[in-house]
Ligand binder design. Structure first.
Ligand SMILES: Cc1cc2nc3c(=O)[nH]c(=O)nc-3n(C[C@H](O)[C@H](O)[C@H](O)COP(=O)(O)OP(=O)(O)OC[C@H]3O[C@@H](n4cnc5c(N)ncnc54)[C@H](O)[C@@H]3O)c2cc1C
Length: 410
């Protein structure tokens, strides 16, 4: 049964994370928005030191020594919600486990998890990233063209291709001794069945960052293009057991889906933190103008603005509830594809609607750079794009509910 009380261990961590969000993120939020591609090292160093003191990476469920059983994903969701309340772009600069680690956790062997994730426990902050998207391939992952060919003489994989819009790729490959997980095909004719995840470590020959994007929002976070040109990596950097090479069933695609089942509720938590920040600020601004929300009133007796605020609160809480359900299921080993996609759809909608409504309700103040509302409006939209767009996650939800295969409902 789902318990809606925050477990004590998570509550303790949330208190610390809230202080980070208030004192280390909010004061520099505007600065890093206006100085795109500058790196918030103070925040990064603090987070790295704090998570090391906890005995592992709090960003990767299951690796912290202080972690009790079955709360890793829930803890991560609460942390991410709070960090994103502080600043969604800076949260994406948190060292010690992002999408690349999620792919390692979802698809790697125990030996690979230890080998690749232990670097997060080292002295210096380390980052990771995941590369799925290519110039001709976004939502339709079967269109991947990046290739991996085994060189039997040297027992190395040789990777070729281009990956675009890689979150934290610069930090993973250039600013730290991190890694990226590259989805490539070992059989271009096999579509999704040929897809496999490969770990490319910083310094791998033939792997280079070639472009940094200038973006609408989450500007503290780097987003890069990466070229793989005869990039050689060790044989056992293919994630999963050796059978994944010969097993032509949709092993690779299943690995990608398992990764998304883990990460989509976390993207949802990011959206919810940002939406909560927005709603709280709007209510503070309204209170300064003498407008308070009379929650006990029947709806027909409320003012229009009171109804708008109450509706936003309903949206926010419903998004959080489905997100908590999705992470609780992940912690308890229950298949959560449906809830993961639902949480992503709902929170992507909610954060874009709440931030848009906030700018609208506050008028010129909402539009001005004097406050963060206009920034949050820009930061919000990404939640509805990466890790599967709103449309794609709706398709997944529909397929799950109706029992259709992807070939039957596309
Ligand atoms: C800031 C940022 C960071 C990113 N970080 C990463 C990252 O770290 N790693 C990574 O691999 N990728 C990353 N991405 C890429 C992101 O995941 C893709 O942009 C996303 O998957 C959509 O792919 P696409 O842009 O090619 O759009 P397309 O697939 O071309 O889709 C265009 C539009 O058509 C819609 N659409 C497509 N197919 C269907 C369908 N069957 N039914 C209905 N509608 C459909 C989509 O929802 C979308 O609205 C990032 C993108 C951004 C902007």
């Amino acid at each position: 049964m789902i318990d809606f009380e925050i477990p004590e261990k998570i509550a303790q961590i949330c208190t610390v994370v809230e202080s980070v969000a208030v004192n280390m993120m909010r004061p520099v939020s505007r600065y890093f928005d206006e100085h795109e591609h500058e790196i918030p090292w103070d925040y990064i160093t603090f987070m790295h030191t704090a998570t090391r003191a906890m005995g592992g990476s709090s960003m990767v469920p299951g690796t912290s020594k202080s972690e009790g059983p079955r709360i890793g994903f829930q803890r991560l969701a609460f942390m991410v919600e709070m960090l994103s309340w502080g600043d969604a772009g800076m949260y994406l600069c948190t060292p010690g486990g992002m999408l690349g680690s999620a792919a390692v956790s979802a698809t790697g062997t125990p030996e690979q998890k230890e080998r690749f994730l232990k670097r997060f426990r080292g002295e210096k902050p380390v980052f990771d990233a995941m590369c799925m998207t290519e110039p001709q391939c976004g939502s339709d992952t079967s269109a991947i063209r990046a290739s991996a060919v085994l060189d039997k003489k040297t027992n190395e994989w040789v990777l070729n291709g281009e990956k675009i819009f890689v979150t934290a790729g610069q930090k993973a490959l250039v600013d730290s001794n991190g890694f990226i997980v590259v989805w490539a095909t070992i059989d271009p004719k096999a579509g999704r069945a040929g897809m496999r995840p490969f770990v490319v470590e910083a310094g791998a020959p033939g792997c280079s960052v070639v472009k940094m994007e200038h973006k609408l929002g989450i500007r503290a976070s780097d987003t890069v293009s990466i070229v793989l040109q005869d990039c050689r990596i060790p044989f056992d950097n293919i994630l999963g057991s050796p059978e994944v090479i010969t097993d032509k069933a949709t092993t690779g695609f299943k690995g990608a889906m398992a990764t998304f089942d883990a990460t989509r509720p976390i993207v949802a938590a990011q959206a919810i933190g940002l939406a909560r920040a927005t709603l709280e600020l709007v209510k503070e601004m309204l209170a300064e103008q003498g407008v308070t929300i009379r929650y006990g009133l029947p709806r027909q007796k409320m003012t229009l603005i009171e109804r708008e605020i109450v509706d936003m609160e309903i949206m926010l809480r419903s998004a959080w509830l489905v997100t908590i359900k999705a992470v609780w299921m992940a912690d308890n080993g229950k298949p959560n594809s449906l809830e993961a996609s639902m949480s992503k759809v709902r929170s992507g909608d909610v954060v874009t609607k709440i931030t848009q409504k906030a700018v609208e309700l506050m008028g010129p103040v909402g539009y001005s750079r004097e406050h963060l509302l206009e920034k949050w409006f820009r930061d919000a939209k990404i939640s509805d794009i990466y890790e599967g767009t709103g449309q794609i996650n709706r398709l997944i939800v529909a397929r799950q509910i109706l029992g259709y295969r992807s070939s039957e409902l596309r």
